[in-house]
Ligand binder design. Structure first.
Ligand code: NAD
Length: 365
């Protein structure tokens, strides 16, 4: 069976890590028809558009995409194309599993976590008002008339909407995922002690949904600051974490750090019809074009993609080959060495090549 997959190389290190991943997936002899499209700064430079219509059409048509990271300017400029894609296709879950590998200098060996981030609302909704704008001033006056708590005139505003609808569907997805993947515990992460309305609704809805699963899975909740401390002390204590968008983003990077860094952390954005697989890391512009960074996060994202396609055996083959190359520690990039200046570190391409050889040697064994 042939699978048409939209491949978006993205910006910065994106073309290098997606190129390396494509080679590794092709080494599995799975029949994938790569349909390559542009997005982000690269698309803007080449075509004058950040998210060209042909890319949107390809994502819709092929239903599955593998995407490299896309650069977003900080504090100014265009809105994130990553967030736009997630919202446009209603990819409501961002799934980011992290599992310990034996790597020098990484203290934890029992991490096996799945971070599940609600992807469509919260402070990422894009409803923002510039400080001093007419809209912000009007909104501040209206809200000051409605609330005991007062907002300083001249403030900038970013709105945090949380709905029962979106909270319920991520809660259900998490509980169903736990059952399907034989996971034991689902923990809802929030700051409902302070944000009683928005995070309070997220927590209450989660508990309502999770109630009917309590005989089969352990259901817990934790406040996000406390979770952060617990995670760096005893990460093995946690299993599936369900979080609103912003905490999910931050805790994903924290979780990546527990297993050896962003070079290892995979991701999947999943909706009812469409799924876009991408590493947790960004476009790391300072490494762009250096053939230096770790391709594993994107390769592990392709593992999630193959599982999503139903190619379970191929997914396990790719995952095992990648884990073995990493744990052998010979053909790995600088970030997986004890000393980051270790001259024996290999390039992105060489690490991908080692993974391809591992796949082939196992297939012929
Ligand atoms: P980043 O993840 O790009 O990089 C931070 C640091 O992590 C790098 O300097 C590097 O030391 C390390 N790193 C990242 N990927 C690595 C890899 N594959 N191998 C080895 N080390 C790796 O984060 P940033 O610098 O905050 O963001 C850069 C740009 O990426 C920004 O424009 C940001 O908006 C964007 N971004 C995009 C996505 C996405 O496309 N989904 C996600 C996060 C950030």
């Amino acid at each position: 069976m042939s699978y048409p997959i939209t491949l978006i190389p993205g910006d910065g290190i994106g073309p290098e890590v997606t190129g390396a991943t494509r080679k590794c997936v092709d080494a599995l002899d799975v029949d994938i028809a790569w349909d390559v499209h542009t997005a982000g700064e690269t698309a803007y430079e080449q075509e004058g558009e950040l998210l060209p219509a042909h890319t949107v059409e390809a994502i819709k048509k092929n239903k599955v995409a593998l995407k490299g990271p896309i650069t977003t300017p900080v504090g100014k400029g265009f809105r994130s194309i990553n967030v736009t894609i997630r919202q446009m296709f209603d990819l409501f879950v961002c799934l980011r599993p992290v599992k310990s590998l034996r790597i020098p200098g990484v203290p934890f060996h029992d991490v096996d976590l799945v971070v599940m981030r609600e992807n469509t609302e919260d402070l990422y909704s894009g409803v923002e008002f510039e400080a001093g704008s007419d809209e912000a001033e009007k909104l501040i006056s209206t809200m000051n008339g409605m609330s005991r708590a007062q907002i300083r005139q001249g403030s900038a505003l970013s709105i945090k909407p949380i709905s029962r609808y979106a909270s319920a569907r991520i809660a259900k997805f998490a509980c169903e995922y736990a059952l399907k993947n034989k996971r034991k515990k689902v923990t809802c992460i929030h700051k409902a002690n302070i944000m009683k309305c928005s995070d309070g609704l997220f927590l209450r809805t989660f508990m309502d949904v999770a109630k009917s699963y309590e005989e089969k899975i352990i259901v817990k909740d934790a406040i996000v600051d406390n979770l952060s401390m617990q995670l760096v002390k005893r990460p093995g204590h946690f299993d599936i974490l369900v979080l609103p968008n912003l905490y999910g983003d931050i805790v994903s990077d924290l979780a990546a750090g527990l297993i050896g860094g962003l070079g290892l952390a995979a991701g999947a954005n999943i909706g009812d019809e469409i799924a876009v697989f991408e590493p947790t890391h960004g476009s790391a512009p300072k490494y762009a074009g250096k053939n230096k960074v770790n391709p594993a996060a994107t390769i592990f994202s392709a593992v999630l993609m193959l599982k999503h396609l139903g190619e379970y055996e191929k997914a396990v083959q790719l995952e095992n080959a990648t884990r073995e190359v990493i744990e052998e520690g010979k053909s790995v990039t600088y970030d997986l060495k004890d000393d980051r200046d270790d001259p024996s570190a290999v390039s992105t391409d060489e690490m991908a090549q080692a993974i391809c050889e591992k796949i082939k040697s196992k297939a012929s064994a």
